[in-house]
Write a protein of this length. Structure first.
Ligand SMILES: Cc1ncc(COP(=O)(O)O)c(C=O)c1O
Length: 396
C-alpha cells in the first residue's frame, strides 16, 4: 500500500509545483535532498577528503542499495556522472572490426546513436536497426533472425525518451544469451519506475541515472556490468582508481566494476543516490510501477478525449511517459503556458530520438511524466489546462 500522504509530506516540492516532469528530473524526497546538503555542509566544515573518510559507510551503501534494487552483486556496480557516461564507459570498451554489427532499435536515444555513428566512422562497424512490431517495441523474432557472428552487441533502451513504450527486455535477453552476444540495456527511464532484475532480464550491461524516476540528485548515474562481462570488458579510459600503477611499466586494472569509475566524483551525489535508492525500495518498486501506470493511463485517456490533442505514445505496455501534441501549437509554447500555471512538463524534440520521430513525422512532442507521488487531481489539472489551450471543447 502506498502511503501517499506520507510520501507527499516528504516531497516538499509538491507544495510549490505540479511536477509532471519526472522523466526529466524528479523532485527529490526530503531525506535525499537533506542527505546531499548535509554531506556538503560536512565537507564545508571538515574538508572533502576527511568527510569521505568519515562517511565511508554512507558512500559504500550505494553499491548495496543498487544491488538490492536491480538484483545484482555490489561488485558489479560503478558510480558515474550520469547515464550517458555509464553507457559510454561500457560501449566504448567494446571492440569492433570493419563489418562488425551493432544492433539497436527504432526508438534509440540520441546520445547512444551518436556513439554508434562515431564508432562506425572510426572502425567500419555497421549500425543495423532491428524492425519493430506493429505496436512499436523491438521485434524479438526479427532480432533473432538478424543475429550472426558479426553482431558484437545488441544495444537498446528499456523505455525511450519520447514515449511510454516498454521494450521486452527479458525476451531480448533470452535471444542474446542463446546467441552469446553482449546485451547493453539503457534503463535510464525505467530504473525507479519499473521493477528490474538483471538476471531475469539477461542483460550484460545496464545503465541508468539518479535524477529521473529514482528521485536522486543530478550529476550522478550508475553502470552495472555482469560478472562474466566484467572479465571481458576493458574500460576505454582508466585512472588511478580504476587501475593501480604497480611498476614503472605496468598497471593492474581492478577486478570489480569500479574499474569504470573515476577517483574524483560527486561524493555528495553518491550519498544522495544511496538514500534515493533506499527510499524507492522502501516505497516498493512493484507498488511504484502499479501507481505510475495508473496515473499515466488516466492522463492518456483523458487527453485523447480532447479534440485537437493527439497522444503520440507507442507501445503495447506503457509506463509513466505520456507524450502528445496540440494542433496549431508548438510543444515548447505548451510547456511554457503550462509552466505559467505551475505545471511542469517537458518537450521531446526530433533530435532526441530521430529515427522514431522522423518516421512518425513528429518534430517535437510535449512530454508529461507522472510519478507515484503525483495525485489524480494533479493529472486532472494538467488535462484541464491542456483542454483550455486546445480551445476548451471538453471542459469549457
Ligand atoms: C532513454 C534515455 N537514455 C539515456 C539518457 C541520458 O541520461 P543522462 O542525461 O543521465 O546521461 C536519457 C535522458 O533523457 C534517456 O531518456
Amino acid at each position: 500500500m502506498l502511503d501517499l500522504d506520507g510520501i507527499r509530506r516528504d516531497t516538499r516540492g509538491v507544495t510549490t509545483v505540479n511536477h509532471l516532469n519526472n522523466a526529466g528530473a524528479s523532485l527529490m524526497p526530503a531525506p535525499v535532498a537533506d542527505a546531499v546538503v548535509g554531506y556538503l555542509r560536512q565537507e564545508e566544515s571538515y574538508g572533502g577528503y576527511e568527510t569521505a573518510r568519515a562517511r565511508r559507510d554512507d558512500l559504500e551503501d550505494v553499491y548495496d542499495a543498487l544491488a538490492a534494487l536491480i538484483s545484482a552483486d555490489p561488485s558489479e556496480l560503478a558510480i558515474t556522472d550520469n547515464a550517458t557516461r555509464a553507457w559510454d564507459m561500457a560501449f566504448y570498451g567494446l571492440r569492433f572490426d570493419p563489418g562488425d554489427r551493432i544492433l539497436t532499435t527504432t526508438t534509440e536515444y540520441a546520445a547512444n546513436y551518436i556513439a554508434y555513428l562515431q564508432v562506425s566512422r572510426r572502425t567500419g562497424a555497421i549500425v543495423d536497426v532491428v524492425p519493430d512490431t506493429a505496436t512499436g517495441e523491438i521485434d524479438v523474432d526479427a532480432l533473432d533472425a538478424m543475429i550472426d557472428d558479426r553482431v558484437k552487441v545488441v544495444s537498446m533502451n528499456h523505455m525511450p525518451t519520447n514515449s511510454g513504450l516498454l521494450n521486452p527486455a527479458a525476451e531480448v535477453g533470452a535471444v542474446t544469451r542463446r546467441h552469446g552476444v553482449p546485451f547493453l540495456l539503457d534503463a535510464c527511464q525505467t530504473v525507479g519506475q519499473v521493477p528490474i532484475d538483471v538476471d531475469a532480464i539477461g542483460c550484460d550491461i545496464l545503465t541508468a541515472t539518479s535524477r529521473k524516476f529514482l528521485r536522486g540528485p543530478r550529476g550522478v548515474g550508475f553502470l552495472y556490468v555482469g560478472r562474466s562481462m566484467l572479465a571481458r570488458l576493458e574500460p576505454p579510459m582508466l585512472d588511478l582508481h580504476g587501475a593501480t600503477w604497480v611498476a614503472n611499466d605496468r598497471y593492474e586494472v581492478r577486478s570489480d566494476a569500479r574499474r569504470f569509475e573515476l577517483w574524483e566524483r560527486n561524493f555528495a551525489g553518491q550519498v544522495g543516490l544511496a538514500v534515493a535508492v533506499r527510499y524507492a525500495l522502501e516505497v516498493g518498486v512493484e507498488v511504484i510501477w502499479d501507481r505510475v501506470r495508473h496515473l499515466a493511463e488516466r492522463l492518456r485517456s483523458a487527453l485523447a478525449e480532447i479534440p485537437g490533442v493527439t497522444v503520440t505514445d507507442i507501445g503495447a505496455e506503457r509506463g509513466a511517459i505520456v507524450t502528445f501534441t496540440v494542433d496549431g501549437m508548438a510543444p515548447a509554447a505548451i510547456r511554457d503556458a503550462l509552466a505559467a500555471e505551475g505545471i511542469n512538463v517537458s518537450v521531446s524534440s526530433r533530435a532526441a530520438a530521430r529515427l522514431d520521430m522522423e518516421r512518425r513525422h513528429l518534430d517535437a512532442v510535449v512530454r508529461a511524466s507522472p510519478h507515484y507521488f503525483n495525485t489524480e487531481a494533479e493529472i486532472d489539472a494538467l488535462v484541464l489546462a491542456v483542454d483550455r489551450l486546445a480551445g476548451g471543447a471538453v471542459y469549457g
